[in-house]
Design a protein around this ligand. Structure first.
Ligand code: DUR
Ligand code: ZN
Length: 140
């Protein structure tokens, strides 16, 4: 396969918010009614989507971000470029919970996290800004 060009990367990044919004449609959230979607871009240009999946045993709920990461890692991917996160919040940007920040940081804190409003508005942060001085694999 040909190596990824900068044009491919900018197109992949531009498409990621829409893919997170599409993934949000599959949210299984009958308890919180808080619908979340995620789209995760690997460094080799593949995209894995995820949504939050809730459970009658509330503690068993899994967030959209971790759904996307578990799908990707279980298919052999451990190198990631960006994750887009879509919520229904209109007046502010929804942000990843603490567990997800830690979970994502396992695979590198240079990940770009793209927050997405229902309007399609975005705001991006390096994961290292969302989880400074993280505890990670190099600390063990
Ligand atoms: O970044 C977040 C924050 C929350 N949730 C989910 C967990 C639960 O299903 C619902 C309410 O917390 O939203 C996510 O998927 N991602
Ligand atoms: Zn979370």
């Amino acid at each position: 396969m040909a190596s990824e060009t900068p044009l491919d990367l900018s197109r992949a990044l531009a498409e990621l918010p829409g893919q997170a919004l599409t993934a949000q449609c599959l949210s299984y959230s009958p308890y919180s009614k808080f619908r979340v979607g995620a789209a995760l871009l690997t460094t080799d240009g593949q995209v894995f989507t995820g949504c939050n999946v809730e459970n009658a045993s509330y503690g068993a709920c899994i967030c959209a971000e971790r759904t996307a990461f578990v799908k990707a890692v279980s298919e052999g991917h451990t190198s990631f470029r960006a994750l887009a996160l879509a919520t229904d919040l209109k007046d502010k940007f929804g942000t990843p919970c603490g567990i997800c920040r830690q979970f994502m940081s396992e695979f590198g804190t240079d990940l770009t996290v793209i927050l997405v409003k229902p309007s399609g508005d975005t705001r991006s942060y390096p994961l290292s800004d969302l989880l400074p001085i993280a505890f990670g694999p190099d600390d063990l």
